[in-house]
Each structure stands twice: as structure tokens, then as C-alpha cells.
Design a protein around this ligand. Structure first.
Ligand code: AMP
Ligand code: MG
Length: 354
């Protein structure tokens, strides 16, 4: 009996010693860097926020808080939001924050360069299809025409007042905009800035199709970010190795509904008012600016393979991965040493484009 209890104590002691050794080994092997992770639900998306360093806890809390406050500012159906104020201004000027001004002007740059492929004033059309509330509906051509004539992004007047550091915006009465195509990019960018300010050494945020990183991995190496397989969302077609960067994907597989044997997805061709129909399944943008990456991902998906590559050749400043319905993975040439195909993912053919 006594020898039994003695054996038990020795076993416990041995287990505690082993546990200590394992912890010491783990801390030593990862340089004793503290990691904190938080999952939140915002902007209709499950988001994972990860920070490293002594201030990791404060960093993920700060990131979550800027995301929640941006969500409240951008929801066009929330009467207290800035988006709501813009959509109900009846042509008057609305004072906006610097982050909203940045989104509006980034979207205007991409709107101008893409011949209106990205158009935040397409919101009434997105609404009629039911993508805003899940009450899906296939509109008639007449119903679409009535909403398409409300597009007015080219009429936006965005004014900055350098003396006070403030901004205002106006659109023609009856215009309605949404930040659906660009808001998560801004949220990821703000989350990373908040982590940095809170003292995180490094970090990564994943907001659905939007990933953005801070610094490099705690071991000093680059981050490995997976590019989702549009034909099997549990898998990935390949990975990219990046430093401090935003990686944003737009794809028809991300939100869609089926009706009468047809599939309708959420990225709208602002010319026709219908879901974009071209050779692409997804467009991924890799660039330093998260808001720009998000604006470009939607625009390049709308433009399609040929025009997207022309845009990249003309304006540059980003790298891109296009996945086509014929299983091609088209990478821009800056990704030659950055992209690694996943051999276990179907029979995709990788092509690098000049
Ligand atoms: P993303 O996932 O970033 O490509 O954004 C898609 C979302 O942006 C959709 O769910 C719509 O709310 C909105 N949207 C769809 N098509 C367009 C477009 N051509 N221009 C601007 N916003 C769009
Ligand atoms: Mg986008």
C-alpha cells in the first residue's frame, strides 16, 4: 500500500519534471516569444488575429477593437454609420474620417484605371440580388436597368481640408455606395497598425479572403500564406512566402446562390449588373497596402485575365495570381521565387506572366 503511494508520488514528480523540460525546450526553441490569438466575428466574416511578443495580448485586443469600430462606420444599413450618412445625404457634403477618405480615393483610382470595373456605387444592384441580406433573388433586366442608372462614382467630390486635417464627400442625390469590396482590406490594414502601435513584435490577421502581416515570423523567417483552391475550399493550390504584406483574394466561390439550376455569385459586372462571367475563378493580389489590395482583387476579378494582366503591366505596384476555370494558375513574374504550388492540389498548371 505504502509502496503503491510512493510509486504514485514518484510518477507525478517525474511527470512534472518532464512537463517543465518540455516547456523550457519549447520556449527556448521558439525564442520564448509569447503568442496570443483571438477569433472574432465581424463584417460577416470569421476573423483570426494573431500577435507575437510581450505585448501580444494588448495587440490582439487593439486589433479587434479597430475592426469593430470600422464595422460600425461602414455598415450601410446601420443608421449611425458614415456609410448610411453618405447614402442619405441627398447630395449634401458629409464629413468623413481619414480612413474613409482613403478608401474612397483608393477606390476612385482603381475605378478610373479599370474603366469602372470597381464601382462602390453598384450597391443598389448588389442589394437587389439579395447579397446584402441573404434574401436571394434573380432580377429582371428592367429591374437591373432601374438600379444601374443610379451608378455615380465618377461624380464623387472628395475634399480634403489640410488646415484641419478633415475630409468631406458628396455624391449626387439617390446614389448609394457600399464598402463591401474594400472594407476588409482597410480593416486588415488598421488591425496591423493597431498591433504595431500596441507593441507587437510581429503578427498576422486573417479576415476571410484578406490576410495581412506585421514584420516576419517570430523565428525571423517569412510568412507562408495559402492560396485557396476555388474548386475545393478545404484545400489550397499553392503558397506564397512574404514579409510584411497584404494578400487578398476575390473569388466567385466565396459567396453565391443557386436558382433554377444556375449559379449566381456576388461579384457584379457594373456594365451589365449581373455576376461577372469570364474565365476566372479567383484573383489574388499581393501588395503592401491592404486597402489597395482589396480594391484591386475585386477589380481584377471583374476585368478578367487579359485586361487584368494589362492593368498590372500598365500600373504595376502589386503581384497577382489568377486561377482560371481551365485550371491555370497565372502568376505575375515577381512571384517566381515566392509562389510554391501544392502538389496535392489537382492538376493545376502554373504559368508566369511577363
Ligand atoms: P470582394 O470580396 O472584395 O471582391 O468584394 C465583393 C463585394 O463587393 C460584394 O459582396 C459586393 O458587396 C461588392 N461588389 C460586388 N461587385 C462589385 C463591383 N464591381 N465594384 C464594387 N463593389 C462590388
Ligand atoms: Mg476586394
Amino acid at each position: 500500500m505504502s509502496s503503491m503511494s510512493h510509486t504514485r508520488i514518484s510518477f507525478k514528480r517525474a511527470a512534472v519534471i518532464l512537463l517543465c523540460l518540455v516547456s523550457i525546450f519549447t520556449l527556448a526553441s521558439c525564442g520564448a516569444v509569447k503568442m496570443e490569438q483571438k477569433q472574432i466575428f465581424a463584417m460577416d466574416t470569421v476573423m483570426t488575429l494573431t500577435a507575437y511578443g510581450k505585448k501580444a495580448g494588448e495587440a490582439v485586443d487593439a486589433a479587434a477593437s479597430v475592426i469593430y469600430s470600422l464595422q460600425a462606420e461602414l455598415d450601410p444599413e446601420l443608421p449611425t454609420s458614415t456609410a448610411y450618412a453618405i447614402n442619405h445625404a441627398n447630395g449634401a457634403n458629409v464629413v468623413v474620417s481619414s480612413q474613409i477618405a482613403k478608401m474612397l480615393s483608393t477606390a476612385k483610382t482603381v475605378y478610373d484605371r479599370s474603366d469602372g470595373a470597381l464601382d462602390l456605387s453598384i450597391y443598389p444592384v448588389v442589394k437587389i440580388w439579395g447579397f446584402t441580406n441573404g434574401h436571394y433573388y434573380v432580377p429582371t433586366n428592367e429591374e437591373l436597368s432601374m438600379q444601374l442608372i443610379r451608378k455615380a462614382y465618377d461624380k464623387m467630390i472628395l475634399t480634403s481640408y489640410p488646415a484641419t486635417g478633415s475630409y468631406s464627400v458628396s455624391f449626387p442625390a439617390d446614389t448609394e455606395i457600399s464598402f463591401g469590396a474594400i472594407g476588409k482590406g482597410c480593416a486588415a490594414e488598421n488591425a496591423i497598425s493597431a498591433m504595431r502601435q500596441a507593441g507587437a513584435e510581429s503578427g498576422i490577421v486573417s479576415l476571410g479572403g484578406n490576410v495581412q502581416t506585421l514584420g516576419s515570423k517570430p523565428d525571423g523567417r517569412k510568412w507562408t500564406v495559402t492560396i485557396q483552391d476555388p474548386n475545393n475550399t478545404a484545400n489550397w493550390v499553392g503558397t506564397v512566402k512574404v514579409g510584411e504584406m497584404a494578400i487578398v483574394t476575390s473569388g466567385s466561390y466565396q459567396r453565391f446562390f443557386e436558382f433554377d439550376g444556375n449559379t449566381y455569385h456576388h461579384i457584379i459586372n457594373p456594365q451589365s449588373g449581373g455576376p461577372v462571367s469570364n474565365s476566372l475563378l479567383s484573383a489574388t493580389i499581393i501588395c503592401e497596402d491592404g486597402t489597395m489590395a482589396d480594391a484591386l482583387s475585386t477589380a481584377m476579378f471583374v476585368l478578367g485575365e487579359g485586361r487584368a494582366l494589362n492593368y498590372w503591366r500598365t500600373y504595376g505596384g502589386f503581384e497577382m495570381i489568377l486561377i482560371t476555370k481551365s485550371n491555370q494558375v497565372i502568376c505575375t513574374k515577381g512571384l517566381i521565387d515566392v509562389y510554391t504550388p501544392n502538389e496535392a492540389a489537382g492538376n493545376y498548371k502554373v504559368k508566369y506572366s511577363e
